[in-house]
Design a protein around this ligand. Sequence first.
Ligand code: SF4
Length: 441
Amino acid sequence: MTVSFISLGCAKNMVNTEQMMALCRDAGITLQEEQAGADVVVINTCGFIDSAKSEAIDTVLAMAELKEAGSIQKILVTGCLSQRYQQEVLTELPEVDGVLGTGSYSDIVPALQGVLAGEQVCRFGNIHAPIEELDRVRLTPDYYGYLRIAEGCDNHCAYCVIPSLRGKYRSRKMEDVLTEAEKLAKEGVRELIIIAQDITRYGIDLYGERKLAELLPALCRMDFHWVRLHYLYPDEITPELIEVIAREEKILKYIDLPIQHCNDQVLRAMNRRSNKEELIELFGQLRDRIPGLVLRTSLITGLPYEDEAAFEELCQFLQDVRIERAGVFPYSPEEGTAAAKMLNRVDTAEAERRAELVVDVQSRIMDDFNESRLGTVVEVLCEGWDAQSMGYVGRSYAESPDIDGRIYFSAEREVAAGEFVPVRITDTMDGEVTGQLWEEN
Ligand code: SF4
């Protein structure tokens, strides 16, 4: 049997794809990158907001054309879209031969055998079940890799369906996390990216206390060059954690801290536990204690209770706190969420207009940040040759893979992908920066 995997959505979902691929490999199934010619194409979907759902459905329809043309035999849909709509996926998309929920990733091999035997597979395991420790076939380049330390979420933000798709918060045992990290280091990972729906809550469920501040130094003692943190929840950030981030050299001075909004009434209605004053205070503590810190956040415009004044307040807040990196999303009312029942909100067109305005505000902040780096020398992880710019491309501490810009640089010698090199920033270009290799000799 030959199988091709398509991984959609976030890095956490990609880890599930990698785990399913390892189960297939261990079962003697042939994995191929190309979809055409595969017996089964597995689409591991995202489904938490409209745009993600559309991408998943478009991908299914594209594979349906290959199936129609006889280039592939079967389509298996896994992940969050399956979990959310279950049997409906099969009735609405008859081209699909089977569905696996987020509690059934480890059933991938029997599911593949089932669809190839003509069975309409439909498996939805317990999404709150203890986490299975599974091997992975990594989809990232050798030199960086994701380490998912927990699954699910207990924060229950009013606009979010993720807890109902991924289950309650479950930390992995620290020894399992450390064992996997050791393996990643041996595989050549130099940049370790720590992920979960909320990494700051790590350990609370399993050990009765937060354990991230204890886990990070242990990871830093391993043969990684960089440790990058994603998905920190504002009011879960303790002074102890700030100390560890500031003290550990390998921990990048880059923090991904989704806040979604700043208006107290909006935050309260969205069941977010920090108010504006607390967010400002937290940013102050972080910037005071961690010089050169780059903050990333995610913002939603058009949420219920966001009237014109609240929106203006958000724009002013962003200009005041100057967060260097941001993902901006127009609110998408998701059925099954508390927020979707709140009708005091603007329409989608207005939410999108506001998102564009926030993107403008953030673009100016990002440009100012890039300007401030001119003439500085930064350590860059080279990611290879870029034919378009006829130079090398890479990332510094301030750029995370796939979500931030990159650094384009020239060099008078060959630079290998995965090599860390000093680059002098010489110019800015469309939200990104350019530079040149800056070695003493
Ligand atoms: S923290 Fe909130 S937004 Fe993030 S996954 Fe959990 S419930 Fe959703």
